[in-house]
Design a protein around this ligand. Sequence first.
Ligand SMILES: Nc1ncnc2c1ncn2[C@@H]1O[C@H](COP(=O)(O)OP(=O)(O)O)[C@@H](O)[C@H]1O
Ligand SMILES: [Mg+2]
Length: 335
Amino acid sequence: MVGEDFENRCASLLEELGLARRDEIISVVPLTGGVASDIAKIETENGDYCVKFALEKLRVKEEWHAPVHRNAAEYAWLEVASEMALGYFPKLFGRSTVENGFVMEFVSGDDVFVWKDALMDRGPVEGEAGTVARLLAGVHQRSARAGFDRRAFDNAADFSALRLEPYLRFVGGIHTGVADTLNEMADDLFAAQTVLVHGDVSPKNILFRDGAPVLLDAECATMGCASFDVAFCLNHLLLKGVHTPEHARPYLSEVSDFVSTYLKAVDWEDVAALSRRIAHLLPMLMLARVDGKSPVEYLDEAQRARVRAFSLHIIAHPEDTLDGLFSRLTKAITS
Ligand SMILES: Nc1ncnc2c1ncn2[C@@H]1O[C@H](COP(=O)(O)OP(=O)(O)O)[C@@H](O)[C@H]1O
Ligand SMILES: [Mg+2]
């Protein structure tokens, strides 16, 4: 059911941007999956659109507020990523500062699927993670170059509210023994300005279209540290491996593939230092998906307890290399 308010808001947005009049709207169908926005497919007499508005209060159990102007960061991310010509991105039709919403192409077709749905359905398929790594590395690499226009991405405060607080500092409040380590990591990530971080590289924000990834939902976009996007995405793959033990090894192998593809493209900073940061951050994010403000919905209690135990142990006794980390994670996940 779509509320009348929401329908009106969509109609105002399309009207303001000159895309459709109210009487040309045929249907408004909300899209599910996210906790941070109102998003819908709108069918009009002029064609289909996808509209997206940022929510001030996120739909999670814990209190979690975030500024709605992050919708501008998301739009700007889509604009620059499209300009980088690294793959397919939805066409953009404009943004309203009055409504804090924007309109983009509704990406559809027989060959389009949400990566998360496919992973949950049939497990990982060899090579898919590598294509995501290549796309992500491309954005990071180009944004690290001199001359990249960073003005739309001076968003450390929003990134802090949406990512550092709920995933790291909040968890430090629960697991006080590792609080200093988590807070130090949050401080470092807050200070970093090296690349354009997407901030939500999760399979539910990736469509595959014609075999290639389409990365969406960049509302946390900021100049920051590349390790965040890499660790964030790897975390999703690893937790799915915990969830479906029969796919654990294929997930681990996709994780290795992701990392080797990604690291090959790193020419903007020291690879060993970046790998170390990823290796330190990844177990923190694993813990965050169990005890943070955005807990993973598909792990059962026993699986959550396992993730909690091994992540806490690794955070307290960290690995400095990704090989070292993956060999411990392989033992933890497959035994
Ligand atoms: N341009 C688009 N075309 C087709 N589907 C989309 C588009 N944008 C988002 N979606 C679908 O809607 C879901 C939610 O969108 P997303 O931008 O991730 O919003 P949220 O911030 O609420 O997570 C996505 O997982 C995807 O399945
Ligand atoms: Mg999303």
